[in-house]
Design a protein around this ligand. Structure first.
Ligand code: MRU
Length: 338
């Protein structure tokens, strides 16, 4: 990806509207915090690290017009931090930006820029560490990966998390293909991940979500790589709905299941996955496809946007600063990042 999917230009945030991909590449300018809350809620910007960066810029936009500490400023900060509950990065980065608001708008903006740059550096580091680990775990060449949702530049700033590992494996010449789950109901896999992989020239094939475990069981996959929205202190990992099923399938097939996420997604304050709030996105995403009903009108539905994979199914966590080999008995809390 040769561009940043979220950035700051001429006094506003510029981001690619992910709801329109893959058909339309439209960049939107966001000049106030309320518009940022709306962009986050309607998934124009999504993916845990990108949400963190968007939230921090939202605080800068708020600090430009409301005196920090005023009821208006506090209200905007509250709505930014709660716009989506599961990704640890959003509330954390909003809080980090808001913590310097007393020093003025320019200072908050500098903090948001710093966060953007840190996420970028984190993606590079995760790509290298993750590819090293996969090359160690998998003896077969070329390596066949499976992934869910979108964890590329669109979900971060550039390159991504799990997709950065896949990109790095490709650049090292050891990747066979990337299998991509379509990721119902919002289709981040088919709409966004395939769009990114095509741009990068990475060989890939798309499959329906239900085919993931079957392909694992028949030996088509060497490693499963996913991102994370929040990682509890014990290593339980919340990620896009369907991730848990993939992890179960991987365990059944004896395929390593590897989570790739920046330290900013690790939530040491939540002891286990049971404490992670799972966003419920309502029925329409389930009963409709592209605005058209695919179930009888009035059908009841449930739509948890994320699930929690117990740490016992996770072979390893790759962050920008460490590799935690759960399958070897490592604990997340054993030592801090390098
Ligand atoms: O609902 P989304 O599209 O924001 O969900 C995103 C995911 O589940 C990603 O896997 C996760 O945020 C990691 S992104 C690098």
């Amino acid at each position: 990806m040769s561009f940043r999917t979220i950035d700051w230009k001429d006094g506003a945030v510029v981001l690619i509207d992910q709801t329109l991909l893959p058909h339309t590449e439209e960049w939107v300018r966001i000049g106030d915090a309320a518009a940022m809350v709306d962009a986050i809620k309607r998934l124009a910007v999504r993916g845990a690290p990108a949400l963190g960066v968007a939230g921090a810029y939202g605080v800068a936009l708020a600090a430009r017009v409301h005196p920090p500490g005023s009821p208006e400023f506090e209200e905007v900060v509250r709505s930014l931090r709660s716009a989506r509950p599961t990704a640890a990065n959003l509330a954390r980065m909003v809080d980090r930006a808001a913590a310097v608001a007393g020093e003025g708008y320019e200072r908050v903006l500098r903090e948001a820029h710093a966060l953007r740059d840190e996420e970028l550096a984190a993606s590079l580091s995760m790509g290298e560490r993750g590819a090293d680990l996969v090359q160690e775990l998998v003896t077969r060449r070329p390596i066949r990966t499976m992934t869910i949702c979108n964890t590329g530049g669109l979900a971060t700033v550039e390159r991504g998390t799990a997709l950065a590992v896949i990109q790095t494996l490709h650049e090292r010449g050891v990747l066979g293909e990337a299998l991509v789950l379509e990721t119902r109901p919002v289709l981040q896999g088919s709409r966004l991940t395939t769009w990114e992989l095509r741009r990068l020239g990475v060989p890939h094939r798309l499959l329906v979500d239900g085919a993931g475990p079957a392909l694992l069981a028949r030996g088509d996959v060497d490693v499963v790589l996913t991102g994370a929205d929040r990682i509890a202190a014990n290593g339980d990992t919340a990620n896009k709905i369907g991730t848990f099923g993939l992890a179960l399938g991987a365990r059944w097939a004896g395929v390593p299941f590897v989570v790739v996420a920046p330290e900013t997604s690790v939530d040491a304050g939540t002891p286990s996955g049971a404490g992670i709030e799972i966003e419920d996105r309502g029925v329409s995403e389930v009963v409709e496809v592209a605005g058209r009903l695919v179930a009888p009108a009035g059908t009841a539905a449930t739509n948890p946007a994320f699930d929690v994979t117990p740490v016992g199914l996770v072979a390893a966590l790759v962050t920008d600063r460490r590799v935690v080999r759960f399958e070897k008995g490592d604990f997340l809390a054993d030592r801090g990042p390098d």
